[in-house]
Design a protein around this ligand. Structure first.
Ligand SMILES: C[S@@+](CC[C@H](N)C(=O)[O-])C[C@H]1O[C@@H](n2cnc3c(N)ncnc32)[C@H](O)[C@@H]1O
Length: 225
């Protein structure tokens, strides 16, 4: 299956410019509030930032006192992230890693388990999620949490068949150089994958654009039991 890397390499510079130092308003106003409520970062946290893009959220967590291992499969994106986040490199360590490769993910494991993991707007960009969910489960401490915000599958699918996994082409930000892949999966597919890996769900939000009544994203907190 096309894992979409080529598009992210081509879009990396544009993405980094648009997200800048402090992210864009979509992230700040729609994504972050629910993620931060469920993640509740503190200065003892050791966090895995999955598909970190230009490191905007990694850097935010570092400013809140957490130590962060951040990764993305786009080498260009990771180079841009490391360049932009010079001021937090003592707290944030960037790696190139593909979230669909279980054995590579386990190489991110450090001497202590992660207390938390986060994936902002990336589950729908990742071609296969079972290896990631399994690796995150294995690298979290007991009772550790994995929070992800992703397109709400019920309200963002494009064809007639909600239940069948498929790839749609789309854009994340207007004007980006090339279309990227979106991997549509039903809510039950996503949650059953998490349950099969041993997680339970203990937090959930659905967030619309302001003044709208249909949610565009869902934010889920999984807990290792
Ligand atoms: C919409 S961006 C979100 C970036 C960041 N989490 C944020 O919120 O700013 C999606 C990111 O997922 C990354 N990505 C997609 N598939 C991936 C994979 N298999 N492994 C690692 N990163 C992946 C892309 O390179 C891109 O940086």
């Amino acid at each position: 299956m096309d894992n979409g890397l080529d598009a992210w390499e081509k879009n990396a510079e544009f993405w980094d410019e648009k997200m800048g130092d402090n992210s864009n308003s979509f992230h700040r106003d729609i994504v972050r509030p629910s993620v931060e409520k469920l993640l509740n970062i503190n200065d003892k946290d050791f966090v895995l930032d999955i598909a970190c893009g230009n490191g905007n959220f990694s850097s935010r967590m570092a400013e809140q006192g957490a130590e962060v291992i951040a990764f993305d499969y786009s080498e260009k994106m990771i180079n841009l992230a490391a360049k932009r986040r010079q001021n937090v490199l003592d707290k944030v360590h960037f790696y190139v890693c593909d979230a669909t490769k279980y054995n590579d993910l386990l190489k991110l494991k450090q001497k202590r388990p992660f207390s938390k993991a986060v994936a902002n707007m990336a589950i729908m960009d990742i071609s296969e999620i079972k290896p990631l969910f399994k690796a995150v489960y294995d690298m979290l401490e007991d009772n550790g949490i994995f929070v992800f915000a992703t397109h709400h599958p019920c309200f963002t699918y494009e064809n007639e068949d909600y239940f069948t996994e498929c790839i749609n082409k789309g854009i994340a930000i207007e004007g980006q150089p090339v279309l990227q892949n979106y991997y549509h999966r039903s809510v039950s597919d996503i949650l059953n994958t998490a349950f099969e890996c041993g997680f339970v769900v203990d937090g959930f939000y659905e967030t619309p654009f302001s003044n709208e009544k249909i949610p565009i994203i869902m934010t889920v907190r999984l807990r290792k039991k």
